[in-house]
Write a protein that binds this ligand. Sequence first.
Ligand SMILES: Nc1ncnc2c1ncn2[C@@H]1O[C@H](COP(=O)(O)OP(=O)(O)OP(=O)(O)O)[C@@H](O)[C@H]1O
Ligand SMILES: [Mg+2]
Length: 505
Amino acid sequence: MSEKREVLFEMKNIEKIFSHVHALDHVNFDVRKGEVHALLGENGAGKSTLIKILTGVYKKDGGQIFMDGKEIEINSREDAANAGIAVIFQELSLIPTLSVYQNILLGKEISKFGFISDRAEKKQIQDLIDNYGFPVKATDIVETLSVAQKQMVEILKALATDAKLIIMDEPTASLSSRESELLFKIINQLREKEVSIIYISHRLEEVFNLSDRITILRDGKNAGVIEKEDIVPSEVVKMMIGKEVSESTASRELKTSNAENVLEVKNLTHLGYFNDVSFEVKKGEVLVLTGLVGSGRTEVVRSIYGADPYDSGEILFEGKPIKPTVRRSVANGFGLIPEDRRTQGFSPLLSVTKNVALTNYDKLAKSGFVKKADEDEIGKKAVSLTDLRPANPNVRVGDLSGGNQQKAVLGKWLTRDLKVILIDEPTVGIDIGAKDEIYNIIEGLAQQGVAVLMVSSDIAEVLHVAHRILVMREGRIIKEFNDGVATQEDILLASSGFVENQEVA
Ligand SMILES: Nc1ncnc2c1ncn2[C@@H]1O[C@H](COP(=O)(O)OP(=O)(O)OP(=O)(O)O)[C@@H](O)[C@H]1O
Ligand SMILES: [Mg+2]
């Protein structure tokens, strides 16, 4: 779309000040009708804060919002809904035991529709679904749907209230690549129907493919607005973070190290989750488990840690068989950094220091009590290891931006003396500058002799970090890359099941 459409809404000189941070400093932002507009910026740049002001979650400290040229006030979620603004939340807000159409009806209670019969409603919603060709039925029960389908129901909910603007904050974070493709198709359909979309994602490739325009924030200020035809990826990254970052398309020289095995997994099976999984992780090695979302990688890692059971097979630590429980794993020097750090893994009301200290009390309280100075030191260490922003260990974790909350969880574990670290999707939601630092931390741990087992779906990341790569598919390991160089294409093909020479059972 190259002709410039009419402006739908405009935010002018938006100000937001939290106790310690000037989160938004005279920010301007506008979206046109039927435009996909990406909002980019590093962790803590102010993206979510701007959206929260637009949707009535936060009150602005200054500035104006115009809709169709008229100034409006948005002081509540209802105000936002009435102005035709809908948000697809990361934590989906559906009721699992109800059907698709019942969930959509719940959303419509705040709409202007009058009461009509249940049957007519069902039909009306099925018509809406058919109109967009979404692969769900009005009568499907929500808990039987995939994450991607649930997201579609959220989108339908927005459409049923006649939303003119739909905001998506990292919608693909938990989608497989095929599901993401479907979402992109839907976004393109919405655009054709003149619905405007604000799209927030740290996955730059999809941002560049989808967006008609990009607004970049940096440290709470406008850093640039770019039309589709002027997008130069390396320039955009420079605007975001002020330095250049190279994306790798091929791995380092892969090899099987001859160091001793720290962790061995033999024929591990958890029926319905994974089957006959065998591998070992050596001292100082970074072994990456990749494959499609849902291929069983997370489940394997959780069983190794003792967070989930398994049915058969064996796990050995330093050559001795172990029956993992979370307690024993911690005592053995295992760390698990879970995938879903947004909902697991921190206490929002406590400071960064307290959160880090909680994970480390076994070490801190050697003599039965904890010295405040030790606590403070470990808090500071976590902040510097992860480049946390703001670089203040006394900030409550709940007040950090999404990406910085994730860094705080990483910090809790990285400050420990570990023998084995299990990291699931280390950089989901983390910006491209901080990613590099996390990769350095992982490599640093390996150099100290830690055995690293990492799960990742981000192929550029897999290639960048791995010493050796295993690909899982449908609960089994179907391919190992342990010599030469692997490329993006190799990994993609293996993940989708195209494997000629199987090297691993
Ligand atoms: N409720 C709050 N109380 C105090 N500070 C806050 C609060 N919400 C956000 N902030 C601060 O405002 C700044 C902007 O945060 P925001 O959540 O908007 O970033 P973001 O661009 O969405 O980042 P991310 O990509 O990590 O999600 C950050 O410094 C953050 O710590
Ligand atoms: Mg955010």
